[in-house]
Design a protein around this ligand. Structure first.
Ligand code: C2E
Ligand code: MG
Length: 249
């Protein structure tokens, strides 16, 4: 994948967002969505973020990519709000964004254009934060001070200590752990430790990658407050979300 191609994707609107529903546990009430970027490549079709986010990070294009995602997600959130169903929208940040000198100003501008932080959630990857020699704690705190909720994303095995100390409102337990915990006692112990660390600080725990009813029953029992996964719905284009929502009730 070439830099100029990715640059073109950003400037010529080849990126799109899909939204995956996040529901309350145990009611299954829809509370929000996670915005997940895809690249509508003219030859290759829909390209996964796992294939181009790393490239965007190494080339520095991640700044523009994240700005695009954030703006697009907030505009969509406004449409839902206007249509009478406000949903929280969670956006994934790269650790590079959190270290970016311009990020703070951009965030303020975006909030002004897009109308308030109350429905916005920013997700930061737990691995990136754990491996960071100088973790960007002050920007996490700044976002929270502005009313944006912050998620520790993709928390896994031994990340309970991060839940105990980082300034976050939500922890998302990784699909890797959630999908293993039914048959692997160690995984189940890690999940318990994460949920218990979250409870100790009134942090909301969301299970990612819930694919079947047995896993759903476990997350209810474990005390999760939210969930996303194929059992509820896969990520979808915004045009499908209202139909999906209407069909459930
Ligand atoms: P993530 O933030 O952990 O997002 C959850 C991923 O798990 C999504 O993959 C979602 O489609 C997938 N998923 C959710 N439930 C299930 C399930 O039940 N089964 C299975 N098999 N998969 C499930 P996706 O969309 O491919 O995104 C992968 C990763 O790419 C994201 O992981 C996130 O780290 C990154 N990413 C996506 N969009 C953005 C973005 O706008 N900016 C940045 N920096 N990273 C992004
Ligand atoms: Mg995420």
């Amino acid at each position: 994948m070439k830099r100029f191609e990715l640059e073109r994707a950003i400037t010529e609107n080849e990126l799109i967002l899909h939204y995956q529903p996040i529901v309350e546990v145990p009611s299954r009430r829809l509370t929000g969505v996670e915005a997940l970027v895809r690249w509508k490549h003219p030859e290759r079709g829909l390209v996964s973020p796992l294939e181009f986010i790393p490239e965007a990070e190494t080339t520095g294009l991640i700044r523009r990519l994240t700005f695009w995602v954030l703006r697009e997600a907030l505009l969509q959130s406004n449409v839902w709000r206007r249509d009478g169903f406000p949903l929280t929208v969670a956006v994934n940040l790269s650790i590079d964004n959190l270290h970016d000198q311009h990020f703070r100003r951009f965030m303020e501008l975006t909030l002004r254009v897009a109308g308030g932080p109350d429905l916005l959630i920013m997700e930061a990857n737990s691995r990136a934060l754990a491996n960071d020699p100088d973790p960007p704690i002050s920007i996490l705190e700044l976002m929270r001070a502005q009313g944006i909720r912050v998620t520790l994303d993709d928390a896994t095995d031994e990340d309970a200590h991060l839940v105990e100390k980082l300034p976050v409102d939500i922890v998302k337990v990784s699909r890797a752990l959630v999908s293993r915990m039914g048959r692997d006692h160690r995984a189940l112990d890690y999940v318990r430790a994460l949920v218990s660390a979250a409870r100790g600080r009134s942090i909301e725990a969301i299970a990612v990658g819930v694919e079947d009813e047995a896993t759903w029953d476990s997350i209810v029992e474990l005390g999760f407050s939210g969930a996303q996964g194929y059992l509820i719905a896969a990520p979808m284009p915004p045009s499908q979300l209202s139909g999906w929502r209407a069909a459930r009730v």
